[in-house]
Design a protein around this ligand. Sequence first.
Ligand code: DNO
Length: 392
Amino acid sequence: MEKTWRWFGKKDSISLAMLRQIGVEGIVTALHDVPNGEVWPLESIKELKDYIEAAGLCWAVVESLPVCEAIKYAGPERERLIANYIQSLANLGKAGVRTVCYNFMPVIDWIRTDLKHPCADGTLSLYFDKIRFAYFDLKILKREQAEKDYSEEELMAVEKLSKRITQKEERELIDTIIVKTQGFVDGNIREGEENPVELFRKLLSLYAGVDKTALRENMRYFLSVIMPVCEEYGINMCVHPDDPPYQMLGLPRIVTNEEDIDWILNAVDNPHNGLTFCAGSLSSGIHNDTRKLARKFAERTRFVHLRSTDVLSGGDFIESSHLSGRGHLIDLIRIFESVNPSLPMRVDHGRLMLGDENLGYNPGYSFHGRMFALAQVEGMMAVVQDELKKKN
Ligand code: DNO
């Protein structure tokens, strides 16, 4: 697989020269300065592509070209926003950037409750604590009927937590769930938002009455309308699984398991409608077996995220080492290397380690942590490539 790295543009403190030194071949990035929903200008795409190429790398994947909420809930601005999306795809195609990762998660992209969870070895990992999340839902958002989504035991644990949680912890929880994890992914919420909880409630209300069937239909519509431009320029769209892959906050989530992925790939059965195989997101759902999914969907996978998780008792999960956990990355590398050895792959998320802690990296995107994980993945890839050579 092609070794790629998520880089946040010229403002990223990790330079392209540093990435060359650690064996990165392709860059995964976006035009982070263009507001969500506006057209990505051809000139800006070309300029960034030239900048990347001047450093001896290539722009392998766009992550993400964000899909606006009104496309997902079918608001009145949908047609205009899809027309802009098509124009951005055409501009990317003209510039020769042909793999585009996106997601179709309503309101909120990935969800974690703790960005600095201490591990036994002194590194810090990303963590999802089910009870803290339920506390956010029930006590902070005060979402109507939220209690129906939790068991008696969980509701009791939330009551207990509410007796001991400090104001500071509560503020941090809000900041983590709504701002820090979302601010850099070019979605709805930006760092510095004054009243994130209020904004979040408003966003949730946009989906009143939008159930799983409606969201699926809106996705089918979006995909079928953008397929002609993808065919014209040879662009592969690859949807990112929901993270974590189950229903949350009363919102429908439709990229969670084998049946969902099957539905998407068949709803618009076109090779340009593909998948981002994110082993981390998929593995955090206890219902998913990443190896089975990879075997089944490798042919339609256009981009791979290598990361692993451990699901703990009570529904918590932690991002584990890339060598362990439910991701089974060694097996996934075997599958993808034999089906499509030229697939772009990026190491997804890394721990905070060896001085990463206070350098202000976007959550999950540390330098040492990801470099360490990339070295582990590179080792696994080398062994698998050797195995395959000996077999053939
Ligand atoms: C988080 C990422 C996601 C991902 C988007 C793709 O670290 O995995 O934000 O980039 O969901 O659209």
